[in-house]
Design a protein around this ligand. Structure first.
Ligand code: MEV
Length: 443
């Protein structure tokens, strides 16, 4: 049994590594060295990363790449993506190129309202609480002014506060359901600060409300926190073209392709097992851009999946139709993103990612991210209903297999060339490599 450690966060980075190595890594010098290998030689940059979180030991790299040729509302973008999955950037790039010649992506932000809630319990007369809330609401708004002043200058602020009776779900449970506009910031700190102030004001005002009995005065705030469910912060992305234009050198039967594509989407609409994988493919594109631009991908994931199940069954986020000879493929998703504040002003790669995107507003970033998701889904479905995904996937995965087999540069070049015309599997690569090495040993 390992003894717990106290004061770990106060140790230096070296002391932490030494403790970790002794306690969990069998004093492995090799593992310690791996942790050190990823330190940045620029001490300022390393300190910056160390200070993003507590107990930092090393840095965790992900590839940072771009998918070029995205025509979005008439503007051409190269979209930065941070992702380890081999085929994602290639698929996005392919979809971008495909739609570039078919009118590009049309995107529109439908709304940008964010939500936060003060959850509290109240034991007493409901009408009295409702009367109290109407009287108290202007004070709630006034008391939060110190926090909202700057946001209001930028056109944002508190949009509304609503008293919600949740006693049908749980005894004595009520909420202040609050709506916010946070403009170019994701707004988490702003919203949470407002909510905590609302909670404080609510308790104080209730305490001095003459109509309340002493039990009613005793409103108990359970917690105040933003919601990552943002069904009123929606962006819509769409591609469309005449069905016959769907054809290309790989897919000559445009109408057959459109029909199969629509059926694949329908399956994801009605079958949750498929919908989860279908939406996972969308999130391959979305998360990669969200991460590269310094946004909170866990928040986005939670909100998107909740939205995908808003009609009581988990379903596809994308939809498709063919009407009057026109193929249409679209998606509406909730995305609460920011282009100021948080990591966006701190992480050097995030700053570059935003520069690549021409310093977008939060709304424009919502549009770009939605397009990355739609493009990713189009590429996945297109492969799935035609060649299957393994052909492209394993080609991209080939380099991972070669690295696992410690292939040299020469071996890689030769095998990349060989597998242009042969099926990639783990064993076919290993066998071919072994064969080549055997031949070279004989020479
Ligand atoms: C793999 O990361 C994503 C896919 O499975 C998505 C899909 O099935 O639609 C290819």
């Amino acid at each position: 049994m390992i003894d717990p450690i106290s004061g770990f966060s106060k140790l230096t980075k070296e002391q932490k590594i030494t403790w970790l190595s002794k306690t969990y890594l069998n004093n492995s010098r090799e593992s310690e060295e791996v942790l050190r290998q990823y330190w940045n030689e620029n001490p300022q940059l390393q300190t910056l990363h160390d200070e993003f979180t507590e107990n930092t030991l090393s840095n965790f790299y992900l590839p940072f790449g771009i998918a070029p040729n995205f025509l979005i509302n008439g503007n051409l973008y190269a979209i930065p993506m941070a992702i380890e999955e081999s085929s994602v950037i290639a698929a996005a790039s392919k979809a971008a190129k495909y739609w570039f010649t078919r009118g590009g992506f049309n995107v529109e932000v439908l709304n940008t309202t964010k939500v936060g809630q003060v959850h509290f319990t109240y034991k007493g007369n409901l009408e009295k609480l409702e009367r109290f809330f109407e009287i108290c609401k202007p004070t709630l708004l006034k008391e939060v002014r110190g926090i909202t002043k700057n946001m209001e200058k930028r056109g944002g602020g508190v949009l509304d506060i609503e008293l919600r009776n949740k006693t049908g779900l749980m005894e004595n449970y009520f909420q202040l359901h609050c709506k916010f506009e946070t403009k170019d910031s994701m707004g988490a700190n702003f919203i949470n600060s407002c909510l905590e102030k609302f909670a404080e004001t609510l308790r104080l005002e209730a305490n001095s409300y003459a109509e309340f009995t002493s039990e009613e005065k005793n409103i108990e705030v359970i917690m105040s926190i933003l919601s990552n469910f943002v069904p009123e912060c929606i962006v819509r992305a769409e591609v469309s073209c005449p069905v016959n234009e769907l054809a290309d050198e790989k897919q000559e039967d445009a109408a057959g392709f459109a029909e199969k594509f629509l059926t694949a989407i329908k399956i994801a609409e009605v079958e949750p097992y498929r919908a989860v994988t279908h939406n996972k493919g969308i999130m391959n594109g979305i998360d990669a851009v969200v991460l590269a631009t310094g946004n909170d991908f866990r928040a986005v994931e939670a909100g998107v999946h909740a939205y995908a199940s808003r009609n009581s069954s988990y379903s596809s986020l994308t939809h498709a139709s063919v009407e009057n000879g026109t193929f249409k493929f679209w998606m509406e998703i909730p995305l609460a993103l920011g282009t100021v504040g948080g990591l966006t002003n701190l992480h050097p790669l995030v700053k570059v990612a935003l520069e690549i995107l021409q310093k977008p507003s939060a709304k424009t970033l919502m549009e770009i991210v939605a397009v990355a998701g739609l493009a990713q889904n189009f590429a996945a479905i297109r492969s799935l209903v035609t060649t299957g995904i393994q052909q492209g996937h394993m080609k991209m995965h080939l380099m991972n297999i070669l690295n696992q087999q410690n292939a040299s540069k020469e071996e890689k070049n030769e095998l990349l060339d060989y597998f242009r015309h042969h099926t990639v599997t783990h064993s076919s690569v290993a066998d071919k490599l072994e064969h080549m090495r055997g031949l070279n040993a004989v020479k």
